[in-house]
Write a protein that binds this ligand. Structure first.
Ligand SMILES: O=C(O)c1ccccc1NCC(=O)[C@H](O)[C@H](O)COP(=O)(O)O
Length: 209
């Protein structure tokens, strides 16, 4: 089981995730988010992280200037969490020279077709809850979707389950969906943007257990 802890902002949280056994560390570049980090801060956090962990830059409809800046950091993967088209996913991949994980929001069976479309162009998929249309963040809201929608499904690319996962529900989510990778952000926080080291450890333990 591979675990991604997203929205890391401090060296302590990075260390907690690495020591707990996470495989991916996520850094959010989205100014409206309580988890937003600057390029300088993300570069320092990613540079100090143990080697062997995947350092992921989460961006929302990024322009090429931001991609170029991220490509100069010790970052291993781009996570696209906006409304990027399949064609734009390919452009981002080429521009940054990095593998791309595309987030796809799911609320109903009708949303599953998009996963197939992005499978053709992304290196990985992040299957997340679709954000509500009421001004919520594009992700990191702690909302789940009905996991039965993807029970027994698989895709041509490696995929990660996300959305409202917690130390308490992650084992059930894995059992139901067959996910081999899981991602969490708000489910291991004591307040928006504040990671809780004990919850990080509990989440990784529950996911891998
Ligand atoms: O975390 C944010 O603030 C954020 C902002 C803009 C786009 C995406 C964002 N987060 C995405 C994630 O951290 C996760 O990949 C995913 O949505 C699961 O989040 P959560 O439900 O909080 O575990």
């Amino acid at each position: 089981m591979i675990v991604k802890i997203c929205g890391l902002r401090t060296p302590e949280a990075v260390s907690a995730a690495a020591e707990a056994g996470a495989g991916y560390l996520g850094f959010v570049f989205f100014p409206k988010s309580p988890r937003n980090v600057t390029l300088t801060a993300a570069g320092a956090l990613a540079g100090a992280a143990p080697s062997g962990l995947m350092k992921v830059a989460l961006v929302v409809d990024p322009d090429d200037t931001l991609l170029d800046a991220i490509a100069s950091l010790p970052i291993d993967m781009i996570q696209l969490h906006g409304k990027e088209s399949p064609a734009r996913v390919g452009e981002v991949r080429a521009r940054a020279g990095l593998p791309v994980m595309k987030a796809v929001g799911v609320a109903s069976a009708a949303d599953l077709a998009a996963i197939d479309a992005y499978s053709a162009v992304a290196d990985q998929l992040l299957i997340d809850a679709k954000p509500p249309a009421d001004g919520a963040l594009p992700g990191g809201n702690g909302f789940s979707f009905d996991w039965r929608l993807i029970a027994g499904r698989d895709w041509a690319r490696p995929w990660m389950l996300a959305g409202g996962l917690t130390p308490e529900n992650v084992a059930a989510a894995i059992r139901l969906t067959g996910a081999k990778q899981v991602d969490v952000s708000s489910g291991v926080e004591s307040a928006p943007g504040v990671k809780d080291e004990a919850q990080i450890r509990a989440f990784v333990r529950a996911a891998k257990g």
